[in-house]
Structures are given as structure tokens and as C-alpha cells.
Design a protein around this ligand. Structure first.
Ligand code: HEC
Ligand SMILES: [Cu+2]
Length: 319
């Protein structure tokens, strides 16, 4: 985890440089104006004391010329500064929007209140669908295609890029060239309803090797249950209401109302950053999602204690 002002991608660096250029220029101009104001006041007072009230009635010719020159110089300087800032923002914009080929295509679909992530592959069967965490390889531009399933959301990963809205029925794009391996925080940055605050998207920037190992693992279907508990859990999962909302590739569960759970045990968080992923938290989530994330679109499951144990076993085996 790093502070929000620490850029870790080409785009975030461009935004950061632009911001500091504007900040220092603005500060310089502000300070210069204040200094000029103070100098003018002090001089004016001195002259008034020296010459009395007659001072301004008949302005001195040389004084008048000096003033004209000062105003002209200030005008030229302002124009030069404004042109400089314009050039800086055009150059910065090129870095923010430019996308050298070949980019890694990633689809991000915002739901109330979780993130669906898709990595298309060379063949349609290579499609990886996951949720609530974004993996990106360092050193390669990722071209995010942003969509919303319900209302307007906004994706903001301060260390990697500026904000971009996700709008129902309208695809937007965001390109990111991450430069530094690490974990960064992504958030929904547009109020989208009750659980807007718990709609986080942790981002893992990994070395290209680690990333492709991760992607290959995610492409595999879910492992078959290997213990009696997990087997019972799998049956409860695929025969019960879970399968009406969730997918586990390789089983009959193929719905997409909720997050894809094919490799849920490999994820660091549950319910979009609401709680760290552990068997205990998973059990707590399944026993009452509405207590942990009130208003979330997952209804109470009504599982008995022993059924809960079995389902937790099963989901815990989905690495
Ligand atoms: C009516 C649809 C629906 C049903 C039925 C349902 N879920 Fe969910 N589930 C969701 C939604 C929507 C979310 C996302 C909630 C959020 O984060 O706001 C979710 C989240 C989850 C998560 C967290 C996934 C993650 O990566 O964050 C798990 C695990 C889960 N459900 C398991 C189950 C199990 C097991 C069952 C059956 C006992 C079940 N769900 C039944 C809709 C459903
Ligand atoms: Cu939101």
C-alpha cells in the first residue's frame, strides 16, 4: 500500500507532474502579485508623505512611462505563462490518453456494489471472469473497457490513473501503463447507492511472469471437490439458490448476478473490500451477508450450521 500521491504508472506520473507544474506556477504568480502589491503600497505611501495630496493630480511623465512598461511586461509574462501551461497540459494529456500497442484488454463492469473483471483470451474459452480484484502486469499498457450494469459508478485508482465514470449503456475507456510492482487501492468514486463506501477494487501490479501464471491459473475450471465436506458443499451450492446468482466454471452454476466464484479462495478480499478473505469471514458472510454489508444484493442464505461448514469447505477449496 502506498499513499495516494505516489504515482506508479506513466499516466499517474503525467497527472502528478502536471499538477505540480500548475501548483508551483500558481504559487509563483500568487507570491509575485502579493510582493508587487506590497511594494506599490509602500512606495505610494512614501511618495504621498513626501509630496502631499498634489502627488496624483499631475502625474510625472517618467513615472507614467515606468508604469506603462511594468503593465506591458506583466501582460507579456502572463501570456507566456498561460501558453506554457497550455503546452504542459497538452503534453500531459498525450501521456494520459496515449496507448502504445499492443495493449492488454481488460473489461471492468461495475455492479452495485462490486466489480466484475474480465480478461478476454485468444479463444473464447480462454475468457477469465473474476471479481473484486484487478491484476495488471508491470510494463505493459492495460486498456480497460469500462461498463456499468446498473447505475453510474466511477473507477479511481489514484496511484495509476485519473477517475473515469462507468455509465450504463455507454462504454468508456481508461489506459494504464503500470511501472512499479505493488498493491494499489481502487475505489468507486461516484455515489452509487447504499454500499458505495464498500466498493473497493484492490489492484495488484505484478511482474509479467507472475501475472501470466496468475492468468493461466484463473483460466482453469474449478477443481473438483476432494473431501466429503467439500463434496457436500458443492452439492448444496449447485442445487441451492447460490447457483441462481453465481458461476463456478466446470459446474452447473452459471449465473452472473453475483461475482464469479470459480477461484474465490485465491482472492484477498470478500464483497469488494468489505472483509479479508478467510474461512471465518467467509462463514460470517454466508451466514448473514446483510449484517456485514447491509443492502447488498445477496440475500440471507438460510443455510444450517452444518451446511455452512460444508459450503465454506467447498468455496475454500476453489483456489
Ligand atoms: C440473489 C442472488 C444471490 C444469491 C442467491 C447468492 N448470492 Fe452470493 N453474492 C451475490 C451478490 C450480488 C454478491 C456481491 C455482494 C457485494 O459484494 O455487494 C455476492 C457475493 C458472494 C460472495 C463474495 C464473493 C466475492 O468475491 O466478494 C460469496 C463467497 C458468495 N456470494 C457466495 C454465495 C453462496 C455460497 C450462496 C448460496 C448459499 C450465494 N452466494 C447466494 C448474489 C447472490
Ligand atoms: Cu460507488
Amino acid at each position: 500500500m502506498t499513499g495516494a500521491l505516489d504515482p506508479a504508472s506513466t499516466q499517474a506520473l503525467a497527472i502528478s507532474i502536471l499538477w505540480w507544474v500548475f501548483f508551483w506556477t500558481g504559487l509563483f504568480v500568487f507570491a509575485a502579485v502579493l510582493v508587487a502589491l506590497v511594494v506599490a503600497c509602500v512606495r505610494g505611501r512614501r511618495r504621498a508623505r513626501r509630496e502631499g495630496s498634489a502627488a496624483e493630480a499631475v502625474p510625472e511623465r517618467s513615472l507614467e512611462q515606468r508604469r506603462e512598461r511594468a503593465v506591458l511586461a506583466a501582460t507579456v509574462l502572463s501570456v507566456v505563462i498561460l501558453i506554457g501551461l497550455l503546452v504542459a497540459s497538452i503534453v500531459g494529456g498525450r501521456y494520459i490518453y496515449g496507448n502504445p500497442s499492443p495493449p492488454l484488454p481488460v473489461k471492468v463492469i461495475a455492479h452495485q456494489w462490486w466489480w466484475e473483471i474480465q480478461y478476454p483470451g485468444p479463444r473464447s474459452s480462454d475468457l477469465v471472469v473474476t471479481a473484486n480484484e484487478l491484476h495488471l502486469p508491470a510494463g505493459r499498457t492495460a486498456e480497460l473497457e469500462l461498463q456499468a450494469a446498473d447505475v453510474i459508478h466511477s473507477l479511481w485508482i489514484p496511484n495509476l490513473q485519473g477517475k473515469r465514470d462507468l455509465i450504463p449503456g455507454h462504454t468508456t475507456r481508461l489506459s494504464i501503463l503500470p511501472e512499479r510492482v505493488g498493491r494499489y487501492d481502487g475505489h468507486c468514486a461516484e455515489f452509487c447507492g447504499l454500499e458505495h463506501a464498500r466498493m473497493e477494487l484492490p489492484v495488484f501490479v505484478e511482474s509479467p511472469e507472475r501475472f501470466s501464471a496468475w492468468l493461466t491459473a484463473q483460466r482453469r475450471p474449478a477443481p473438483a471437490p476432494s473431501t466429503p465436506e467439500a463434496e457436500r458443499g458443492a452439492r448444496i451450492f449447485t442445487k441451492g439458490p447460490c447457483a441462481m446468482c453465481h458461476t463456478v466454471t466446470g459446474t452447473d452454476a452459471a449465473a452472473s448476478v453475483g461475482p464469479d466464484l470459480t477461484h474465490v479462495a485465491s482472492r484477498a478480499w470478500l464483497a469488494a473490500g468489505a472483509l479479508p478473505n478467510s474461512p471465518r469471514n467467509l462463514r460470517a458472510w454466508l451466514s448473514d451477508p446483510q449484517r456485514l454489508k447491509p443492502g447488498s444484493q445477496m440475500p440471507p442464505t438460510g443455510l444450517s450450521e452444518s451446511e455452512l461448514d460444508d459450503v465454506v469447505h467447498y468455496l475454500g477449496s476453489l483456489r
